[in-house]
Design a protein around this ligand. Structure first.
Ligand SMILES: [Zn+2]
Length: 513
């Protein structure tokens, strides 16, 4: 492990000993949207990483939540004949519900309407002002109500259309507070030059170009709406929704700031403000910079998903063939730094992979062990080839995860499954048991050990399904580190007393979404 890759982990000493910390976040979700594949994907990625590092012995914190302020929400609430808070109260449970349904385990759910969050936003705003990072000025520009942001002439589409919404923007002039982003231009450029600031590196490209044109101060307050956090020293203004929202990554820690800095997981469309404005704000408050893991977009049958096309895949469709099966599909399908397509054919391929490589292996080994009364309470030698394969898998998977190569990590875990299948075919324990039971026992013992690790490695991706798998052998280990010591590569096999074979991924005749 290179030192560079470890920049976002901290070592802390607690009574229990020394443990490394990791803090993962998703963007907080804007509540004028119903949850769909985009939200699910980002959040499942964060959940997967959190669970994995936890399994490797890290002390982790995972935050997600909802972004509830701004003109857009106020408008939507008005249309629904509700106050903004009443309106957001009806939407937030939908996001909560998706977390439960998708087997996502968080440490805290932040709402930007939480009083603690609002208080921290005001505290930061005041401090920026006191330190001279904020000043009052006039802003005139072309404004998109749906984006809640201004656009420069070079950013607009022909006919002064918003590049996101393809709708006309309006000219607005308002008195506003500015954040001195220009003051932090050099600092932000330095961060962009760092190797692990944004991963994968390819997403830096576009931002780089914008950066090279220099950073202008940003308007960070609005008089046009009152649905937001009031500027503490000027009640006519509310804090701009983006500025307010970014601070959730600190307020959401609920005082446990030892977890900072965060690894922010987000889609490629929203990382400009995250990667430029947020680190500048943090620098102004004397916080270390975070790190960004950026992912691509999903298409469906080759078409981009969008609000206007109304073709976002909802969670109900996504989980038609099982929740963990959907999690596996999402994490395994999208290559690092690319877009990916959701369709029945790809889903079927992934499902068959699970059924052939994982389901069959486990069922086969369980049946051989049970039928032949293999004594798995004895200490047999660990086969060298198995030890080597396990060492290699764990090292490579960890390296991949440190650089947000989720697909790569999962493929490497599945390679361990393929290796165990091949080992079974090569050693033919069902035949061997008839001529040399001792030797067959060693083979089965090693296979069960391999399955113990394989299912632990897959658990962050498919938490419930792998619990089912582990019940077949009554495995007790809860973390990878319970049976594998990373520093010494020592494996501590578990004794297996009882086996109950089970089909984990039953045959499905036709996949259709
Ligand atoms: Zn727009």
């Amino acid at each position: 492990m290179s030192k560079e890759k470890e920049t976002n982990t901290k070592i802390t000493k607690s009574k229990k000993g020394v443990s490394k910390m990791m803090y993962f976040t998703t963007p907080i979700y804007y509540v004028n949207d119903a949850p769909h594949i985009g939200h699910v994907f980002t959040t499942v990625n964060a959940d997967f990483l959190t669970r994995f590092y936890k399994s490797l012995g890290y002390d982790t914190y995972f935050l997600t939540g909802t972004d509830e302020h701004g003109q857009k929400i106020a408008k939507a609430a008005q249309q629904a004949n509700k106050t903004p808070r009443e309106f957001t109260d009806t939407i937030v449970p939908k996001f909560f519900d998706v977390l439960n349904k998708m087997h996502i385990e968080i440490n805290h759910f932040i709402r930007t309407t939480d009083p603690e969050h609002e208080a921290l936003v005001q505290k930061w705003f005041q401090k920026f002002y006191d330190n001279g990072d904020i000043y009052k000025g006039k802003y005139k520009g072309k404004y998109c109500v749906d984006c809640e942001g201004y656009y420069g002439d070079d950013e607009l589409l022909p006919g002064d259309l918003c590049p996101n919404h393809k709708k006309p923007v309006s000219v607005m002039e308002e008195e506003t507070y500015f954040f001195k982003l220009s003051k932090y231009e050099f600092y932000v450029k330095e961060l962009f030059a760092k190797k692990d600031f944004i991963l994968p590196e390819k997403y830096k490209g576009e931002a780089h170009q914008r950066l090279s044109q220099g950073l202008k101060d940003v308007s960070i307050s609005r008089k046009s709406t009152d649905w937001g956090v009031k500027v503490p020293f000027d009640k006519e203004h509310v804090v701009w929704v983006w500025f307010d929202a970014l601070i959730n990554y600190i307020s959401g820690l609920q005082g446990k700031e030892q977890y900072w800095p965060a690894t922010h997981i987000l889609g490629k469309d929203i990382f400009w403000f995250h990667a430029v404005l947020w680190p500048a704000m943090l620098k102004a408050m004397n916080y270390e910079p975070p790190r960004f893991f950026v992912h691509g977009w999903w298409t469906t049958n080759g078409t981009k998903m969008s609000k206007s096309l109304n073709n976002f895949i909802p969670p109900e469709t996504l989980t038609k063939y099982g929740v963990d099966e959907a999690r596996y599909f999402l994490l395994r399908q999208m290559p690092c730094g690319e877009d990916s397509d959701f369709n029945s054919k790809f889903f079927e391929e992934r499902y068959l992979e699970l059924s052939n490589t994982v389901g069959n292996l486990i069922n086969r080994v369980a049946i051989i062990a049970q039928k032949n009364y293999i004594d798995l309470t004895k200490d047999y030698p660990i086969e060298k080839s198995i030890q080597i394969e396990i060492d290699k898998t764990i090292k490579e998977v960890k390296d991949d995860l440190d650089s947000f190569k989720v697909q790569g990590a999962i493929m490497k875990i599945m390679s361990l499954g393929q290796f165990l299948n091949k080992y079974t075919n090569d050693t033919e324990p069902w035949k061997l048991v008839k001529t040399n039971k001792e030797k067959a026992s060693v083979v089965v013992y090693n296979l069960v050990l391999g399955i113990n690790l394989l299912t632990l490695l897959l658990e962050p991706c498919m938490p419930e399904k792998m619990k089912e798998a582990r019940k077949i052998f009554r495995f007790k280990a809860e973390k990878i580190t319970d049976i594998y010591i990373l520093s010494t590569k020592k494996i501590k096999p578990e004794k297996v007393l009882e086996i109950e074979p089970k089909i984990l991924f039953p045959m499905i005749m036709k996949f259709e979404f």
